[in-house]
Design a protein. Structure first.
Lengths: 472, 495
């Protein structure tokens, strides 16, 4: 059962309604039952891998506390060995199973990071070991997050599972609006753009240069809408169930530097890599060269986490190089700005930085999307072939999208940009909508539902592609 | 856990408003094909005495408007494009929920199809053909409301669960029709969308000039008796017999292949088993393969008129069916019958195709004068000659190089011909008393005593056209159209 399925849309209100009536202290059991059924409906074999992860995580955490003499005691070397062993087992399991060839592995990269984060937190004493196995199982398998995150921390989730908040009408409405936005991003924009992008990337050598460049830009929006859409649905669903999940995207394409991009893109993963890899490696505390090496390591791991192919490693390393170049050229760039008397806070300068950052990110996405390094290089080369007539000679509409459908995709991107600009400037649209009179609210909500139903890519004739991030 | 009553009420009101909007959206977006075809069926279900079921052969070959016009028998054409026998069976089951016909006429074209599921077919079919098979089933199925029977039908016809969804909830497939919406789609909101005016039939007005003739099978054993098609034909017969409904099995004329002829043999064997009448129109000569087919597989409107009249005669002779003509409750049947005959009349008078015009003129609704100048290439066109020969039993058209004239005066029922140097002198027609006399290659006289100055078959500006067709009203003699054609082999251009 996927988020984009009739079954899920039937299941959710029933789950929410029962959840509403169950006494708060028992709700975690209900959520665990639902999570287990949700995951089993996806893949029975994968559930075995998840169950193994829960068992290893649960006992490793308890053992670490036990050999250290208690939750508040300093961790012993034996605890360190247990932690290392558990991490090795879980990382090995992730690398072995994530291809899905041996046992199913849906969402394995996400719940493994959650589990490892939890173990490290327990080892550090930032969190105590969970003694209730059901609670830990829920943390690992919580169904809104299990497929594609956000990669939450136990410190945020466990207390909420133990004492969930009351689901009032406002919270329900807020979660509902968030889900709607997520479905809009996924079905109306991402899956529509995917038709064009897939068509071009299938045979880039036969497409004209400007078409390839357009496909590459559209892929940047496709992957954003796909992943941010999933996250919005996950956060919205959790909110309806009384659980607050961390924000995963924060107008990433508004970033003015690569470093800022990573503070806004897949925030839960970036935070995880920073807290559990970058900082333990020394972060920026051990000199400039070491800092650069740490950045390279973190982004190399990020690349490998996203996929086994070399293209993902290159994608990760490219982002690392961007950042290192950013650090290295900082004095020079400052000098240029000073000499030319450019207003750093001026709109034009900020816009130029945003556009430049977007182009760098866009270039890196080519490696992320391409099937091989050779194809990625071909796509980059083709993108520089100047064939603007494709915009007016109907060629643009020969890649799976009709005039109307292409225009809907563009309109969706424009709406996304407007929403991101507003969000970037601190305007929370959901709050604004909820504050409107009932008529405006209803018009917006019903309009959004109809837009998703009518313009969404779903149903017969087109199998809504799986969320891109579920493969990781 | 506090729930405010106002919140519950607001939620209910919101859901109600949402349902109304979504429902309206589904009405606008859904394909109107099925509703178009079966709209009248639901309205007239209690008046229908005969159901015609089968494939697109039936859709094009049986015209309930003609049946009503000729015999006063009320019927509905339930044929479906691409409907193989199992789809036809379920179509019948669905229809019998709403009406109680006295007779069911089932056509057996495609009886030889031996695959169970329409979305699977067999390995000889391409993905495009599978997709086409699925979309054609929508025409048959979309109009029926979702109920236990429909679920049973879809489970029997479709294998893939994903494909089943689009039949059980058609918004699943039609939600992306937004780019095709036209005025008619919005009219559906008020129930005023277009409807089939021929009680489910569709008329085609082309003409197949080269129908194929295929050898007969080596034996008369048919398909062997255990194909899926045969199984479902038995089910159709058993279903009707169990309900006390008369059954007639047909094979409507087409350019039948050897496989089709095996299917005919099988249908006959099954009919004998059940004691059911089998009408093999292929052997009866009712429909002319060379003038009455739209394409190799489907009849044109003229063929349909002939086929319907023939079937109507059989139905009328059974004596069980009431002639509803003149009954006010059936006024709409008469109105639509008249409208169809008007269409044929228009086709005979104003068609842009000479073949089409000659064909529909032979229906005898309108009087005509056909003139072909000497040396015209039409005299070497067998199809053209055949169409002229339809008017008259004389072989004159086959033995002349022109000039040639034919007057078909419907009011008097007389047909006059002249060829070569022959003249027509003082012929009485609705136009008046007519005189015809060939003078030279580009000039001839054709006038009436009432208007001797008006030479109807000569026009200075159109002397190069070698064929002229004049139509005139059979009652008043008013000239309705005067068409000029130029022949190039078997191609004709209209002037």
């Amino acid at each position: 059962m996927q988020f984009v399925s009739f079954g899920f849309l039937i299941m959710l209100p029933i789950v929410a309604l029962i959840n509403f009536f169950i006494p708060r202290k028992y709700r975690y059991i209900w959520l665990l039952v639902v999570s287990a059924l949700f995951y089993l409906s996806l893949d029975m074999k994968a559930a075995a891998v998840m169950a193994g992860t829960v068992v290893v995580t649960y006992f490793a955490a308890l053992l670490m506390e036990k050999v250290s003499g208690g939750a508040d005691e300093k961790r012993t070397k034996t605890a360190a060995v247990i932690l290392a062993l558990a991490i090795v087992i879980e990382v090995a399991a992730m690398l072995v199973f994530r291809s899905g060839k041996i046992l199913g592995a849906i969402g394995i990269s996400f719940y493994m990071l959650k589990s490892i984060g939890y173990l490290v937190d327990v080892y550090r004493g930032d969190d105590i070991a969970e003694h209730n196995p059901l609670m830990l199982a829920l943390f690992v398998s919580f169904f809104p997050q299990v497929l594609s995150g956000p990669i939450e921390r136990s410190g945020n989730m466990m207390p909420q599972f133990a004492y969930p908040v009351t689901v009032d009408f406002d919270r329900f409405r807020d979660g509902f609006l968030q889900c709607l936005w997520g479905y809009f991003l996924k079905l109306v924009i991402a899956d529509r753009l995917a038709i064009f992008v897939n068509s071009v990337y299938q045979a880039p050598e036969s497409a004209q240069g400007t078409i390839v460049a357009i496909a590459t830009v559209l892929y940047s929006f496709e992957i954003y809408c796909d992943f941010a859409g999933y996250s919005a649905i996950a956060i919205g669903v959790a909110r309806i169930l009384g659980i607050d999940v961390m924000k995963n995207f924060d107008s990433p394409y508004m970033a003015k530097s690569i470093a800022e991009f990573w503070r806004r893109w897949h925030i839960s993963l970036s935070g995880w890599l920073k807290d559990y890899i970058y900082i333990p490696l020394g972060g920026n505390r051990k000199g400039t060269v070491r800092k650069y090496i740490n950045v390279l390591i973190v982004f190399a791991i990020s690349g490998i986490w996203h996929g086994s192919a070399l293209t993902f490693l290159v994608w990760g390393l490219l982002h690392a190089v961007y950042q290192i170049l950013g650090f290295v050229t900082q004095p020079l760039r400052d000098k240029v700005v000073e000499t030319l008397k450019i207003d750093r806070n001026g709109l034009s300068h900020r816009t130029m930085k945003t556009i430049f950052t977007f182009l760098l990110v866009n270039l890196a996405w080519v490696f992320f999307r391409a099937s091989s390094l050779e194809q990625a290089l071909l796509i980059i080369k083709k993108s520089f072939e100047f064939t603007p007539w494709v915009l007016s000679d109907e060629t643009l509409f020969k890649f799976g999208l009709s005039h109307g459908s292409f225009n809907i995709g563009i309109a969706g991107i424009v709406l996304l940009i407007i929403m991101d600009v507003l969000n970037f400037n601190g305007v929370e649209m959901r709050e604004r909508i909820i504050k409107q009179s009932i008529w405006y609210r209803w018009i917006i909500m019903i309009g959004a539902i109809l837009a998703i139903l009518i313009f969404g890519i779903w149903g017969a004739g087109y199998n809504a592609s799986s969320f891109i991030y579920q493969q990781f | 856990m506090k729930i405010k009553i106002s919140s519950i009420l607001k939620t209910i009101a919101f859901l109600a408003a949402l349902c109304v909007c979504v429902f309206a959206t589904t009405i606008v977006l859904r394909s109107k094909d099925s509703d178009f075809k079966y709209g009248d069926f639901f309205d007239k279900a209690d008046q229908i005495d005969v159901l015609f079921i089968g494939s697109s052969h039936v859709i094009n070959a049986i015209n309930p408007a003609v049946l009503y016009g000729e015999y006063g028998i009320t019927s509905y054409n339930m044929g479906g494009h691409g409907s193989i026998m199992q789809a036809t069976y379920w179509e019948l089951k669905e229809a019998l929920q709403y009406c109680n016909p006295k007779c069911v006429v089932v056509d057996t074209f495609m009886l030889q199809k031996n695959y169970k599921y329409l979305d699977e077919m067999d390995e000889s079919y391409s993905d495009e053909e599978r997709a086409s098979s699925i979309s054609q089933l929508h025409l048959n199925m979309d109009c029926w409301p979702l109920n236990e029977l429909k679920v049973e039908a879809i489970n029997d016809l479709i294998k893939d669960d994903e494909v089943k969804k689009q039949f059980l909830a058609d918004f699943y497939v039609y939600h992306n029709r937004w780019e095709e919406l036209d005025k008619n789609d919005y009219k559906a909101l008020w129930g005023t969308q277009d409807r089939n005016e021929l009680f489910g039939a569709e008329m085609r007005y082309g003409m197949e000039l080269t129908p194929g003739i295929y050898p007969n099978p080596d034996d008369e054993n048919g398909l062997g008796g255990d194909t899926i098609g045969e199984e479902y034909l038995r089910k159709v017969i058993e279903e009707c017999q169990s309900r006390g409904i008369d059954v007639i099995v047909t094979f409507l004329t087409c350019s039948a292949t050897t496989d089709d002829k095996r299917a005919i043999d099988s249908a006959e064997i099954i009919c004998n088993d059940y004691g059911v009448e089998f009408v093999n129109m292929q052997d009866l000569g009712v429909v002319d393969l060379y003038t009455d087919l739209n394409d190799t597989g489907h009849m044109n409107a003229l063929g349909s008129i002939k086929a319907t009249k023939y079937i109507g005669e059989i139905l009328a002779e059974s004596g069980d069916l009431t002639d509803h003509r003149g009954d006010d409750a059936y006024a709409d049947w008469q109105r639509k019958t008249d409208a169809f005959h008007n269409d044929i009349y228009e086709m005979a008078v104003h068609s842009d195709s000479i073949y089409q015009q000659l064909n529909y003129l032979s229906e005898g609704k309108v009087s005509s004068i056909i003139y072909i100048n000497d040396g015209s290439q039409a005299f070497g066109d067998n199809q053209f000659q055949r169409l002229i020969h339809n008017y008259t039993v004389t072989p004159k058209i086959y033995h002349t190089d022109g000039p040639y004239i034919l007057i078909n005066d419907v009011a008097s029922g007389n047909i006059y011909e002249a060829s070569g140097s022959e003249t027509l002198d003082g012929v009485s027609t609705s136009l008046g008393t007519v005189h015809y006399q060939p003078v030279e290659h580009l000039f001839r006289l054709f006038y009436t005593d009432e208007d001797p100055e008006n030479n109807l078959l000569y026009d200075d500006s159109r002397f190069e056209y070698d064929i002229q067709i004049i139509t005139y009203d059979s009652e008043s003699g008013e000239i309705l159209s005067h068409n000029y054609y130029k022949s190039y082999g078997s191609n004709y251009t209209k002037g």
